[in-house]
Design a protein around this ligand. Structure first.
Ligand code: FAD
Length: 444
């Protein structure tokens, strides 16, 4: 049987190796640490948790990341299995004793008869054999250049600049309205491309004060190079002048508020549709380094967003990732070079759990291919299926930014009961997902 090569033994690479090996395919993991380090990793272990020690909510009935835990457990995932074995008390979250966890993953892979671990940096994209590239947010510079050369410079980013993403159903449409600036666009999709939230002068001034006063996070050491390239945080824009936002992302031109056609808004916050389903909208131009708590309170000052629920909050980080909606097929293969698969955070998912989940799929798909089979992705009503569908097709390629798993990525379930029914509705999503995921596993 041919060998599967994996570059990077992080969350995704470790999981991909485990999955392929348990299908009987020999695997070589190429990991640059400890020979070559990154600014965030501290050890030479595989699957090192670089920052927080939490895999987030473990509630598999009402939380999308908890559901992802469940699916990874059902698929015999090494990351989830080992995390549970090294669990620390943390209420509903799955917190992990990080060093013993990473040591145990490393040992399990090293001891596996079909897995070889080779130390050293891979600097160029390989041209022969089956490969998975799982080099993560801190992909080494040389390899990143090689990926850029193969994909086109505009398809590899070194930073994410994430504007907060809101659940469409939580926007108050008695205040906000749908309209594209200057009424551009004719199809229904174009006409629902933007939501608008109006501000009068007093609301705008109060908003600027809150932005300036909000608590911000600092960049990590070694993280900042290139940060001012077109992704200024809104609070930095506000620091440059109280009017900067009103002439930038919050300009009120080309828009008429149908709730108050007689009053011209002083500023307008625009939200842009973030997925084909139309369940998620991002706040245009609102990338930020405000702390999460501050973001929620500041953004709820925006008229129409007073009850907003956030699918994810904003951020700016050093993060190497490719434009998956353009570059990858639904088997996670580079369309232009199908012997190369991508997995983990470099595909534009975000977080330990999401990255490991994409490693799980890439490992299974690559192994199936080596064994002469084809493995379709899980259906989009599962957590893994929703994520892979989003990154390889559901997301807008032009504005693609990394994504956490959330229920906005799932095909909607009839919203009977409205917001009151939300808890039960989430249970309905997870029940549907578990059935669907079990069926997908049974086909293999
Ligand atoms: P990684 O886990 O980073 O693994 C990639 C591996 O590839 C690394 O081991 C690296 O050494 C190796 N590698 C890179 N280039 C090469 C090469 N050319 N040749 C060989 N090997 C190579 N996520 C969270 O869920 N919670 C957090 O709190 C959190 N905090 C973060 C803080 C920072 C500063 C950063 C940068 C990221 C953070 N993340 C966090 C995101 C987290 O790093 C990822 O979600 C997760 O680790 C990604 O898994 P991965 O396998 O894709 O990448």
């Amino acid at each position: 049987t041919e060998t599967l090569h994996i570059i990077g033994g992080g969350m995704a690479g470790a999981e991909a190796a485990w999955q392929a090996a348990r299908m009987g395919v020999p695997v070589t993991i190429h990991e640059m640490r400890p020979k070559v380090g990154t600014f965030a990793h501290r050890t030479g272990h595989l699957a090192e948790m670089v920052c927080s020690n939490s895999f987030r909510s473990d509630d598999d009935e009402r939380n999308a990341v908890g559901l992802l835990h469940w699916e990874m457990g059902a698929a015999d995932g090494i990351i989830m299995q080992t995390a549970r074995a090294h669990r620390l008390p943390a209420g509903g979250a799955l917190a992990v004793d990080r060093d013993p966890f990473a040591e145990a993953v490393t040992r399990a892979l090293r001891d596996h008869p079909l897995i070889t671990i080779q130390e050293g940096e891979i600097r160029d994209l390989p041209t022969t054999g089956h490969w998975i590239i799982a080099t993560g947010p801190l992909t080494s510079g040389a390899l990143a250049q090689s990926i850029r050369a193969a994909t086109g410079a505009e398809h590899l980013a070194f930073f994410d600049a994430i504007a907060p993403i809101v659940y469409a159903e939580s926007v108050d449409m008695s205040v906000a309205w749908m309209q594209s600036r200057y009424d551009k666009g004719e199809t229904e999709e174009e006409q629902t491309a933007y939501m608008n939230c109006p501000m009068d002068k007093a609301q705008y001034e109060a908003f600027i004060d809150a932005l300036l006063a909000a608590e911000k996070t600092e960049f990590h050491e070694g993280e900042t190079a290139g940060y001012f390239d077109g992704c200024l945080p809104i609070e930095v824009m506000a620091e440059r002048g109280r009017e900067t936002l009103r002439f930038g992302p919050m300009k009120p031109v080309g828009l008429t508020n149908p709730h108050r056609p007689d009053v011209k808004p002083y500023a307008v916050v625009q939200l842009r549709r973030d997925n084909k389903l139309g369940t998620l909208y991002n706040i245009v131009g609102f990338q930020t380094k405000m702390k999460y708590g501050a973001q929620t309170s500041v953004f709820k000052m925006i008229p129409g967003l007073q009850n907003a629920s956030f699918a994810r909050l904003g951020g700016i980080h050093r993060n190497t990732f490719i434009n998956s909606p353009t570059l990858l097929d639904d088997r996670m293969r580079l369309k232009s070079r199908p012997s190369l698969r991508f997995a983990g955070q470099v595909t534009g998912v975000e977080g330990y759990v999401e990255s490991a989940a994409m490693g799980l799929l890439a490992g299974r798909m690559a192994a199936a291919e080596i064994l002469g089979r084809d493995l379709a992705p899980p259906p989009p009503d599962t957590a893994m299926g929703a994520l892979i569908t989003h990154i390889t097709g559901g997301a807008d390629a032009k504005t693609f930014q990394p994504m956490n798993v959330n229920f906005g990525l799932f095909p909607p379930i009839d919203a009977k009961g409205g917001r009151k029914g939300r808890k039960d509705r989430y249970k309905a999503y997870t029940d549907r997902a578990k059935d669907s995921f079990r069926n997908w596993l049974a086909t293999q």
